[in-house]
Design a protein around this ligand. Structure first.
Ligand code: ATP
Length: 213
């Protein structure tokens, strides 16, 4: 029997409490054994942003996840040359852990742009998705997209099981609106980010003077 494994890709520039809280909610709701936090090396959709080196983003991600053994940093995209595409990552994980059942986790704002992802049709057919509702108004948009793409929408995590399709997962939290962009902006303005990020992550930011002017 393989593991039930969630996959959460991100730039984590830097990782914040919203990322961790998301993982903890999904672990529980879907009874997952682990969630792999896959650090993007070279995200094709974020080429114009100020992205800190992968070594430092990896260090921050590892520190933030350290207290939670089921939330695991994963470096497979860092070891690859060129842009990283989700479909390649899924194929690679399948080879590495052939018995695992995978759930690809995405925030609703990202999922709504799925038609811009490389080989998105293949991706929708290759892996089950958990779409986290970042805003209530995203729900009808996701439903329309899924019906246009003729992808099954599961009403709950139990119905999803081993079948390929999408479930929408929602929870209430003030941290849902937190983003790395907000953290970077606050840091640049000299604001206080203590309620947004782990103190160990903050230490790295201060030590290497990241995200300042
Ligand atoms: P940026 O602001 O730099 O675009 P981000 O905070 O959205 O970054 P990513 O690294 O792009 O972070 O996010 C990785 C994944 O985590 C995405 O699927 C995203 O939707 C999700 N996510 C980000 N922030 C939150 C949050 N506050 N609550 C729940 N999910 C989140």
């Amino acid at each position: 029997m393989g593991l039930k494994t969630g996959i959460l890709g991100g730039t984590f520039n830097p990782v914040h409490h919203g990322h961790v809280e998301l993982g903890l909610h999904i672990l529980k709701a879907y009874s997952l054994d682990r969630i792999l936090y896959i650090l993007s090396a070279n995200p094709p959709h974020k080429i114009n942003q100020d992205i800190v080196s992968q070594e430092l983003r990896w260090a921050m991600l590892s520190l933030a996840l350290e207290p939670y053994p089921r939330l695991q940093p994963c470096d497979i995209e860092l070891k690859r040359q060129g842009y990283s595409y989700t479909i390649q990552t899924i194929h690679q994980l399948r080879v590495m852990s052939p018995d695992d059942l995978f759930y690809f986790i995405s925030g609703s704002e990202g999922f709504l742009k799925i038609r811009t992802w490389k080989n998105y049709r293949e991706l929708l057919e290759a892996v089950s998705f958990v779409v986290v509702l970042r805003k209530k108004e995203h729900r009808p948009l996701i439903e329309t997209l899924l019906s246009e793409e003729q992808v099954p929408l599961f009403q709950n995590s139990t119905a999803q099981g081993e079948r390929i399709g999408v479930s929408i997962f929602s929870y209430d939290s003030p941290r849902l609106s937190l983003s790395s962009t907000l953290v970077r902006r606050e840091l640049k303005a000299g604001g206080n980010v203590d309620s947004f990020i782990d103190s160990k992550v903050k230490n790295v930011i201060e030590e290497y003077r990241l995200y300042g002017d």
